[in-house]
Design a protein around this ligand. Structure first.
Ligand code: C2E
Ligand code: MG
Ligand code: MG
Length: 575
């Protein structure tokens, strides 16, 4: 009999059944860690018979990654210490089992050699629970700090990252930039093509942003279609300028495969710089947001830096927003009327009512500036109600004076087109003024219709059902296709002045205007050109078949008296 087996046999013999049949897996090890004996429970646990275990070093049954640990534990054991440690055992079929090893040193009475008695407690189940809990915690942690859709850090993690970036910047004297990015027309895509397309756009945007910056930079999803980028350790503002240009460029590539056509993506970026003196992350965020907002509003560039000028614009905007109520209540708003004519004659066929705001501090404020402010403040319905009421009463007064006047056009805001309330506003204005519905025209812009295509269709059909005409303003500047014109109750389209300005010299514009005219005539829709400033433009429009026009060539917008005398009356009525 082999020496080891003899020792094992003696030990087992001595401890007999107690050892072999103990419910706990037990091993007897010699000083170098060889198995002298194994009981039934140990054989079961390790998946090998006691004979196959006996005489083999314990280390051969231990998972490779933990062998080094066992070696150091064996050193403890051989010095006679009792010890406890965890170990991963390798099972015959490649699986693993975690055990708690409890070892006690024993002196063999027979040969005086030291050996250890080792209990192996199966802790796999506990380990498994611990691991699952740990993974769940990590996942929860990730979810709490990351956006589920794009996987990017969310605004909570962003706050932490920005604070860290500012701290590093202070420590190393670095320069950095915070960039606010917003996807253009995201709401339109989301509403028109559904949330799945919207989600895919966000994921695509996240990828493009991440790919365009360095690994140490942070890209976060702030909210909705807003993203934030922290660019650290940049050398100069010009450096950031170049990154912004790259980001912008990256966003001009269309996205394929989301809808039938390539989907044109673009984004607006606002940036602000920070350095070692920057303390307040809130201020930084506000600056980047303002810069981005300014980009969106002016549409002059795709990206811009925050500046004092941006602050001044924001302050003016805030004042205008706060003063809207007073303007409506007082005498600050007024209407001017721009005459319209048939191209072949010089008689006034109608007019467009245009709103003017004479602000006590800023003086004259253009509607292109304040309508958009009213829009975001949710106050356009009050403005439209005011304009409809005044314009209808003025038209009725002129009609009663016997003006040869066919139509009063009134502009309504994008928000109004998306609300059923518009129908009631129009109905009430007609009722109060007594103006025949056929003498009123509502002008809606292409973009406002396209941002809520379905609601707009319903609202405009109800307006048309009152007997009021509906005109599509600024035609050609939005994104509607010529095909969808037929889906709406348009009586007229107004060719935008940007096209007219290019006539008659520009070949491409001539082709576009030609297509608009033939399409409108096929659909039986009238067509009018706005912004006509020269005789050459008028003549060209006449030649291609545009029926009516409006512009400085014929007349500038006039106050009520001016309009009355222009239309050939000496005793103008007041509204
Ligand atoms: P719009 O409806 O396209 O109005 C035409 C704009 O072009 C007017 O500017 C008008 O003064 C200007 N215009 C007319 N003829 C010519 C021309 O020959 N050359 C040039 N360069 N410009 C010409 P305005 O009055 O500043 O209005 C700007 C925009 O503000 C309007 O564009 C309209 O969208 C909006 N708006 C005006 N009044 C109202 C209103 O009462 N309600 C709403 N919601 N929007 C209004
Ligand atoms: Mg208009
Ligand atoms: Mg227009």
């Amino acid at each position: 009999m082999h020496a080891i087996e003899a020792v094992g046999a003696r030990l087992v013999g001595e401890q007999s059944k107690l050892f072999l049949q103990a419910p706990v897996p037990l091993l007897c090890l010699d000083e170098p860690g060889c198995i002298l004996a194994a009981n039934h429970a140990a054989a079961r646990l390790l998946g090998r018979s006691a004979d196959r275990l006996r005489g083999r070093p314990l280390i051969t049954f231990v998972s490779k990654s933990e062998r080094r640990r066992l070696v150091s534990q064996l050193a403890h054991m051989s010095s006679g210490d009792s010890c406890e440690f965890e170990l991963t055992m390798a099972m015959p079929h490649g699986t693993e089992v975690s055990v708690l090893v409890i070892s006690t040193a024993l002196q063999d009475a027979g040969d005086g050699l030291r050996h250890s008695q080792v209990a192996l407690i199966d802790v796999s189940h506990r380990k498994h629970i611990e691991r699952t809990l740990h993974q769940a915690k990590e996942r929860l942690d990730h979810l709490a700090h990351h956006d589920a859709l794009t996987g990017l850090p969310n605004r909570y993690l962003f706050e932490d990252r920005l604070a860290q970036a500012l701290a590093r910047c202070r420590r190393h004297g670095w320069l950095g930039a915070l960039v606010f990015a917003d996807i253009d027309r995201f709401k339109y895509y989301n509403d028109t093509y559904g949330h799945q397309v919207g989600d895919s756009i966000l994921v695509e945007a996240a990828t493009r942003l991440t790919m365009s910056v360095r690994e140490q930079d942070t890209v976060c999803r702030f909210s909705g279609d807003e993203f934030l980028l922290i660019l650290e350790n940049v050398t100069s503002r010009a450096d950031v300028d170049a990154i912004l240009a790259k980001l912008h460029e990256e966003f001009t590539r269309p996205v394929y495969g989301l809808i039938d056509l390539p989907l044109g993506l673009s984004a607006s970026f606002g940036a602000t710089m920070f350095d070692k003196a920057t303390r307040d992350p809130e201020v930084l965020l506000k600056q980047a947001d303002l810069a981005m907002y300014n980009v969106k509003r002016t549409r002059r560039n795709a990206f811009a830096f925050y500046s004092a000028q941006v602050d001044a614009t924001a302050a003016r905007r805030r004042s205008l927003e706060a003063d809207l109520q007073a303007a409506l209540a007082g005498e600050q708003f007024s209407l001017v009327f721009q005459p319209q004519s048939r191209v072949e004659s010089s008689a006034v066929s109608g007019c467009e009512a245009l709103l003017r705001w004479n602000h006590p501090t800023f003086g004259f404020v253009a509607p292109s500036e304040f309508i958009e402010i009213a829009e975001s403040a949710g106050r356009t319905a009050e403005i439209s109600a005011w304009v409809l009421d005044r314009a209808c009463r003025q038209a009725r007064a002129w009609m009663d004076l016997g003006f040869q006047f066919t139509r009063m056009s009134v502009n309504v805001s994008p928000h109004d087109v998306s609300s059923e309330d518009l129908v009631e506003l129009v109905r009430r204005a007609l009722e109060i003024s007594g103006l025949p519905p056929s003498m009123l025209e509502i002008e809606v812009t292409e973009t406002s219709v396209m941002s809520h295509p379905d609601t707009a269709k319903r609202v405009l059909s109800s307006v048309a059902a009152l007997g009021v005409s509906v005109a599509l303003d600024d035609f050609g500047t939005g994104y509607s296709s010529l095909r969808c014109l037929n889906d709406y109750p348009f009586d007229r389209i107004k060719i935008d002045q940007s096209f007219v300005a290019d006539l008659p010299g520009n070949t491409e514009t001539r082709a576009i205007v030609g297509a608009m005219v033939s399409m409108a005539s096929n659909l039986g829709i009238d067509i009018i050109a706005e912004g006509v400033e020269t005789e050459a433009q008028r003549r060209y429009l006449h030649e291609v078949g545009v029926g009516a026009f409006q512009g400085f060539l014929f007349a500038r917008p006039l106050n009520a008296e001016g309009f009355a005398s222009f239309a050939g009356r000496s005793d103008p009525p007041s509204s």
